[in-house]
Design a protein around this ligand. Structure first.
Ligand SMILES: [Zn+2]
Length: 467
């Protein structure tokens, strides 16, 4: 067993230069999903990935969706082996402003132990880690310890609008026992990490209407309630002095941070003052008595994302505005039901409508939080693989963001998932000079190569787990 691993790892170590060339070829295609002018590049990028998968021995093809195609690959149909689905995305964020890049964004440039370029780490480099690790297995052993499906989507950076429909449409081709997502970061350069939770999301639009048109504040001031003032009061009333949300039922299903998690968080290197400085605030703020990392990863939030109303042009215009609007959103955790939260906040806003104005609340889009049980055998397997790839056992972290495909796999397929990404917090994803550390890239390939073996040993095969 050890010998076979050594062969695979030796193959990886002698291929570093080639992996960089392959990553450069992917970075060179400006697959910017947000810009319709790049539609041809999307197809080119997906096709390159399909060709690459065929070269290593996969059956691969483009799968149509209502938007950019999936690059899809498959190896193995052995019912005695478990099947894993590896997810990544080939689309990238726009590279503007170009002038802030030190080397051209669509040209992989290696310097100071990093490769720079749009998509280097998010997510082309992390997709390639898997293809490289799968290739090493196939070249050295001629087989994989698992059945493997690779699904690389092209619309992650625009919110995966066609993803769920495509999952439904192609479900025959995508049946698996586990999804592996490599689109996240570790905690720090010297602290490998596995992400085990993703927060959910709910949005609201609030509109407070007063007089049927803007009124002269001289003639009418003192006669009607100002909608901006009413909206500000309403929003301010959502939280108490402890920064806890006042809406009845909001916290239903949100677990308190348990002791084991609390201990783990306190072991992480974290400096509250440094974090405040980095964010440019005089001090951090949030739910009293809860560690900042726990507030960000494991507790729900309710935020006002935008607010407007009245006159905003140059000089002054003395009006009582006719209306004021705000956008609100909540991040959810644990078993919080997004629909129940949606309704509870709506009910609260309507019930607390200040006298003299009308309040309307619209809602759109909800996503449930996803929590991966730390006792799932796949998490233990991923932890072992990461320890072998980086020489240090990973810590468990959450992500405060909401990764759309993770929610979709959970909702459409009910798939357990392992989020094993190796980016660094300072990789500047979505910003100029995005990079991927070569140490993380090559360590990531070794981690993935080990991961497949660890999973093969720990996961029950489909036919055994089916009932
Ligand atoms: Zn990404």
């Amino acid at each position: 067993m050890i010998d076979r691993d050594e062969d695979v790892l030796a193959y990886v170590r002698k291929s570093h230069e080639r992996y960089l060339d392959e990553l450069k070829a992917l970075i060179a295609i400006p697959s910017v999903s947000a810009n319709p002018q790049h539609r041809g590049d999307m197809e080119r990028c997906a096709t390159l990935l399909v060709e690459r998968m065929r070269e290593i021995g996969f059956h691969a093809e483009l799968l149509p969706t209502d938007g950019a195609p999936f690059a899809y690959g498959r190896f193995g149909e052995d019912p005695a082996k478990p099947t894993v689905l590896i997810y990544g995305h080939y689309d990238v964020q726009p590279a503007e402003p170009f002038e802030l890049w030190l080397s051209p964004p669509f040209e992989g440039s290696v310097r100071d132990g990093n490769i720079y370029g749009r998509g280097a780490v998010d997510d082309k480099g992390q997709v390639l880690m898997h293809i490289a690790a799968l290739e090493a297995h196939l070249r050295v052993r001629g087989d994989l310890p698992l059945n493997v499906i690779v699904l690389i989507e092209g619309e992650e950076e625009v919110g995966s609008p066609n993803f769920e429909r495509a999952l439904e449409r192609h479900h025959e081709l995508l049946q698996a026992d586990l999804a592996i997502i490599s689109d996240t970061a570790v905690y720090a350069a010297d602290t490998p990490a596995l992400t085990t939770s993703v927060r959910g999301l709910v949005h609201w639009d609030v509109r407070v209407t007063g007089p049927s048109e803007d009124l002269h504040s001289g003639y009418f001031g003192g006669l009607v309630r100002n909608p901006i003032e009413a909206l500000a009061m309403l929003i301010a009333s959502l939280k108490d002095e402890q920064a806890r949300v006042r809406v009845p039922g909001f916290y239903d299903g949100a677990p308190a941070v348990d002791e084991a998690t609390e201990i783990q968080i306190r072991e992480l290197a974290y400096d509250e003052n440094a974090s405040a400085t980095e964010l440019g605030v005089p001090q951090l703020w949030g739910e009293r008595g809860v560690h900042p990392l726990a507030r960000m990863w494991y507790r729900p939030t309710l935020e006002c994302n935008g607010i407007w109303g009245g006159y905003q042009g140059p000089g002054h215009k003395t009006v009582i505005p006719s209306y004021a609007c705000a956008k609100l959103s909540a991040r959810l955790v644990g078993a919080q039901d997004p629909f129940a939260v949606r309704d509870a906040v709506k009910k609260y806003l309507l019930a607390h409508a200040p006298a003299g104005v009308r309040v309307e609340v619209a809602d759109e889009g909800t996503a449930r939080a996803v929590l991966i049980g730390r006792d799932h055998p796949a998490v233990a397997a991923a932890s072992k693989a990461m320890e072998r790839g980086f020489g240090k056992a990973p810590v468990f972290i959450g992500t405060g963001g909401s990764i759309t495909p993770v929610g979709s796999f959970d909702r459409i397929y009910g798939l357990p998932q392992v989020m094993i990404g190796v980016g660094l917090p300072d990789d500047r994803i979505h910003a100029p000079n995005e990079k991927f550390s070569l140490k993380q890239f090559f360590g990531g390939i070794e981690t993935m190569a080990m991961l497949y073996d660890e999973l093969a040993e720990s996961l029950p095969a489909r036919e055994r787990s089916a009932r």
